[in-house]
Ligand binder design. Structure first.
Ligand code: GLV
Length: 320
């Protein structure tokens, strides 16, 4: 009997066909609406494999109902949407899609940094709203990127890819990570510092660490107060790493200069959110890995991970 799999969002026919050769495939057919929780609860009881996105919360309640489940294949590098401890206890393998999205996410991180520093969104709105009456010396002036100091919090694959870009911009590079990355230090001349030091010295603080119980609200009121008044915070990791209320206060009180956010505590972010009312915040709808090629490759990798997990083949990008 073929193993049963459920895919929580519409993926290409290429993927469903590939999976269909080995599995009995069911899919939530919508492209832009997450699968409702009750349907996911129903499906998870029946299937051997689940291919899901970061929009699905795969928690204890769900996992303990999953009597046949062998693999959860997450189409993302982050897997904070999955209760890894319970998956472990249940003997469920969890896989992710690292590597292939590294450069794309680093590109977006740098694009957001540049856009925030040079007020690109605000300037574009200014033009479109008919505000542009003349050229004037201090109109829409921002912060320099070239030659500035960047502080990277989380020196994993994406952190290192951001380093390569920062080198091209002649930046001094500080980093903080759970463990020192001696190879990266040697290769790129990046300097390891304690988090407080990084916050005090950096013109750009870039958050690229995974979201865990240790990094929840890592950047809160105290940390924001350490940053320079001219500093810019960029978050392309997970929203919960930054305390959004504290960030709003720091931006409103001109304690820091601006923020560029691709991620939010709760997604999609509410348009009523105070942070969205500030002109010095550039916001994006979690598009770090969103290039056509990368998203296609992530779906392919998630499918291969699922198949490998179901057939006990390696290599599989397993996080459990
Ligand atoms: C996106 O945020 C991912 O984790 O892949």
């Amino acid at each position: 009997m073929k193993p049963k799999v459920f895919i929580t969002r519409k993926v290409s026919e290429e993927i469903t066909q590939k999976l269909g050769e080995v599995c009995e495939v069911e899919m939530w057919e919508e492209e832009d609406t997450p699968v409702p929780r009750d349907i996911l609860e129903e499906k998870i009881k029946e299937v051997d494999g689940l291919l899901c996105l970061l929009t699905e919360t795969i928690d204890k309640e769900l996992l303990t109902q999953a009597k046949h489940l062998k693999v959860v294949s997450n189409m993302a590098v982050g897997y904070d949407n999955i209760d890894i401890e319970v998956a472990n206890q249940q003997g469920v393998m969890v896989t992710n899609t690292p590597g292939i999205l590294t450069e794309t996410t680093a590109d977006l991180t740098f694009a957001l940094l540049m856009a925030t520093a040079r007020r690109i969104v605000e300037a574009s709105d200014y033009l479109h709203q008919g505000e542009w009456k003349t050229w004037s010396p201090m109109q829409l002036t921002g912060q320099d990127v070239f030659g500035a100091t960047i502080g990277i919090v989380g020196m994993g694959r994406i952190g290192e890819a951001v380093v390569k870009r920062a080198k091209g911009f002649g930046m001094d590079i500080l980093y903080h990570n759970r463990s020192r990355k001696l190879e990266t230090e040697k290769q790129y001349g990046v300097i390891y510092v304690e988090l407080d030091h990084l916050l005090r010295e950096s013109d750009f603080v870039v958050i690229l660490t995974p979201y865990t119980s240790e990094t929840k609200n890592l950047i809160a009121q105290r940390e924001l107060a350490l940053m320079k008044e001219t500093a810019i915070l960029i978050n392309t990791a997970r929203g919960g790493i930054v305390d959004e209320k504290a960030l709003y206060q720091a931006l409103k009180g001109n304690e820091i200069w601006a923020a560029g956010l691709d991620v939010f505590e709760k997604e999609p972010v509410s348009l009523q959110k105070q942070l969205l009312t500030l002109p010095n915040v550039v916001t994006l709808p979690h598009i770090g890995s969103a290039s056509i090629n990368t998203r296609i490759r992530m779906a392919q990798m998630a499918a291969v991970n699922l198949l490998n997990g179901l057939t006990n083949k390696s290599p599989v990008y397993s996080v459990v």
